[in-house]
Write a protein that binds this ligand. Structure first.
Ligand code: NDP
Ligand code: OXD
Length: 294
């Protein structure tokens, strides 16, 4: 609201459950809205996600036909995701977590370490965020592979596409980064069978959605020693419930969905641009394909 007030003080903006007259509502900005509410706005034209993901909107079965859906594509969001993923990959390659544990017990013990060039990072999802993260990792010296739905040609990055190439992609990834959108095809994609295809000692970074990962399967493969650890920023239930085993697992690093957080000023700027486009009858930017689900 501060960003709206600062950028367009004359615009009528309501915070749900206040809406003003329902017929006057043409544009909604949403994140995890109460299901079914969009039906009550007969002149609704656009639902804008306040984030990059739109799964929270599309899981509502009552989206009125003809309403367009947009998402945030923003350089702050993209760069922040890149630095977050790069930090986690570097933390893993230099074994920093083990020194944190050693410090707690006042243990002075040096370990040998690997360098980025010794490891291949596999990035699942080569969209706006995945492509940038892959490039950041490449610049840090990692070998980088990426997997997407349609084939891609990216300089210095080995690319794989579709289900047929998933196994080969997984087999190559010492660090796996999930940056897929959550759709019917990608839900539960990180489960026993796929995680077992990663090389022995692989490390998993999930910064996409909690529903991509089958929690018990991750724990099983960590406990068996097939995987060496995981950094998880997203969870099936957020906040992560107090009793969830991830909290106390020694090989899991938990962060509270902060990999990349929408910047209000720049997000509102592009939302207002789309609002104006609707009024002028122009095509919208950052449109989501409701058929593909992302
Ligand atoms: P994009 O829509 O730009 O990219 C999605 C990528 O995933 C594309 O490369 C697409 O392939 C690929 N993909 C989709 N479905 C499949 C499939 N079935 N098999 C293989 N590849 C597939 O998304 P963004 O990069 O902008 O964002 C990705 C996700 O990151 C968001 O949906 C959100 O969930 C998450 N996110 C998390 C944040 C956090 O703080 N933790 C912050 C922001 C986003 P193709 O190129 O062929 O279409
Ligand atoms: C997003 C997110 O989708 O924050 O932007 O997860």
């Amino acid at each position: 609201m501060d960003a709206f007030r600062a950028q367009r003080p004359d615009l009528e903006v309501y915070v749900y459950p206040e809406t003003g007259p329902a017929e006057a509502v043409e544009f909604v900005l949403a994140w995890n809205h109460p299901r079914g509410i969009f039906k009550s706005f007969p002149n609704l034209k656009c639902i804008a996600s306040t984030g990059a993901g739109v799964d929270h909107i599309l899981r509502d079965p009552d989206i009125p036909e003809g309403v367009q859906i947009t998402r945030i594509v923003d350089e702050h969001l993209t760069r922040d995701m890149g630095t977050f993923v790069a930090s986690l990959a570097l933390q893993h390659v230099r074994g920093l977590q083990s020194y944190k544990d050693a410090q707690r017990s006042h243990t002075w013990k040096q370990h040998t370490y690997l360098r980025p060039k010794d490891l291949t990072v596999g990035v699942m999802g080569l969209g706006v965020l995945g492509r940038h993260a892959a490039e950041q990792l490449r610049q840090l010296g990692f070998k980088v592979h990426g997997w997407s739905r349609s084939p891609k040609l990216l300089e210095g990055i080995g690319t794989y596409a579709g289900e047929e190439e998933l196994d080969a992609f997984l087999a190559s990834a010492n660090i796996l980064v999930c940056l897929l959108p959550l759709t019917e095809e990608t839900a539960n994609i990180l489960y026993k069978e796929t995680l077992s295809k990663l090389p022995q000692g692989a490390y998993v970074i999930n910064v996409a959605r909690g529903e991509h990962l089958v929690d018990e399967d991750l724990i099983e493969l960590l406990d068996k020693g097939h995987l060496s650890g995981a950094s998880l920023d997203v969870f099936r239930e957020e906040p992560l419930p107090e009793e969830h085993p991830f909290w106390n697992h020694p090989a899991i690093f938990v962060t509270p969905h902060i990999a990349s957080v929408t910047n209000p000023a720049s997000a509102v700027k592009q939302i207002l641009e789309n609002y104006d486009r609707i009024r002028r009858g122009q095509p919208l930017e950052n449109l989501v394909s409701q058929t593909k689900g992302y």
